[in-house]
Design a protein around this ligand. Structure first.
Ligand code: SF4
Ligand code: SF4
Length: 369
């Protein structure tokens, strides 16, 4: 059965982690990455208003340099991020048009549904708003991204059959995770025949450098394959997928992923067996499921670098105290320390991974300060 976007190449360029130079997005390197990606025949770009300078960067690196019909561009509406009225929430669309420089989006998403955030889209009637955008030709396809349970996903799919696709966090490490529920969310989307865009296939980069016991299992099965390639092949092999977004930050990552895409073959039975063993091994190691999306950091009154502190805690758990402390040092350079958290809880409300951030910061302060 055919579905929207099924001809889109299965490697999408996620624009959340673009290269930085002196704290600003490195436009020249972004251009080089865009060029390599386009020359490989790939053409799906995923940005969002909340990815810092991402919309502006893609205007310079792509929109001003390539014909509009040579690529697909997706962006998102984060109504939960400070909009006080429907007008303010809807005005985010116009801002995205101006920032990116296009006059329509191929894919427009209500961003990061789930938890208390879904109610904000309901309150401002953003569902009707995106339908009107589609009727006017300002967006080609409407959908949403979500971090919540499979049951919450099902509720939305039942209530909003006008949604044409869904963007979900799917990777082999979160497949059976009780909070992320990758497998159950995937199966729910399939049950409603809704095409899926996969985000976080490498779980914020952590599966490119897995714990030693997991790395050993994967290397024993295929010593030549990079760890990131296992994660990408797992995601690319799923049915009903429009594309798999990789949030690439360097030209080297781009080249490696293009190579993988060109030579892609699905995981065979032995490799799937190795993935099963890796999943069981990962389940034994307790780490904080932070994907470094940084949504939590936009409203922190103490300017705490929460994402990197979560990473420090995970490094401590997985690689030992010296590595954890090293990361913590970088995480707090020019930012508030974990002990400076005032417990306001604003970060936890927006965290798509439902992390108890305040409690984790207390543990980080005890371990590193
Ligand atoms: S609870 Fe702490 S880390 Fe979270 S937003 Fe408030 S001050 Fe920042
Ligand atoms: S703590 Fe949550 S919101 Fe913050 S970076 Fe990690 S996953 Fe994102």
């Amino acid at each position: 059965m055919s579905y929207i976007g099924q001809d889109i190449p299965k490697l999408g360029f996620g624009l959340m982690r673009l290269p930085k130079e002196g704290g600003k997005t490195d436009i020249e390197q972004t251009k080089a990455m865009v060029d390599a990606y386009m020359q490989a025949g790939l053409n799906y770009f995923d940005t969002a208003r909340v990815y810092g300078e991402s919309e502006d960067a893609i205007r310079q690196a792509l929109v001003e340099r390539y014909p509009r019909d040579s690529y697909y561009l997706a962006t998102k509406n984060a109504a939960w991020l400070g909009a006080k009225t429907a007008e303010e929430a809807q005005a985010m669309f116009e801002t995205s048009l101006r920032s990116t420089g296009v006059d329509y989006f191929d894919f427009y998403l209500l961003h990061n549904l789930g938890d208390t955030r879904t109610a904000v889209f309901d309150k401002f009637d953003m569902w009707e708003f995106v339908k009107r955008l589609k009727e006017k030709g300002l967006v080609k396809h409407i959908g949403f991204s979500m971090h919540d349970s499979a049951d919450a996903l099902e509720e939305i799919l039942v209530a909003h059959s006008e949604m044409e696709f869904v963007q979900l966090q799917i990777n082999y490490a979160d497949w059976e995770d009780g909070s992320v529920q990758s497998r159950r969310c995937y199966e729910t989307a399939r049950k409603y025949d809704i095409p899926i865009i996969i985000m976080e296939p490498v779980r914020g980069g952590t599966l490119a450098n897995p714990p030693a016991s997991v790395a050993e299992i994967l290397s024993a099965s295929n010593p030549d394959a990079s760890y990131a390639s296992w994660a990408l092949r797992f995601a690319m092999g799923l049915e009903g997928v429009i594309t798999v977004l990789s949030g690439m930050s360097t030209i080297e990552q781009m080249e490696q992923n293009i190579e993988l895409y060109k030579n892609y073959k699905p995981l065979d039975a032995d490799e799937m067996n190795a993935i099963g063993k890796a999943q069981r091994e990962l389940a034994k190691i307790t780490t904080i499921p932070c994907t470094a999306c940084k949504y939590c950091m936009k409203s922190c009154p103490q300017d705490i670098n929460i994402a990197d502190i979560m990473q420090s805690c995970n490094r401590l758990e997985t690689y030992g105290v010296a590595d954890g402390k090293n990361w913590y040092g970088f995480a707090t350079m020019g930012h508030g320390k974990a002990s400076e958290c005032i417990g306001c809880g604003q970060c936890e409300v927006v965290c798509p991974q439902h992390i108890g951030i305040v409690g984790e910061l207390e543990k980080a302060a005890a371990a590193f300060e």
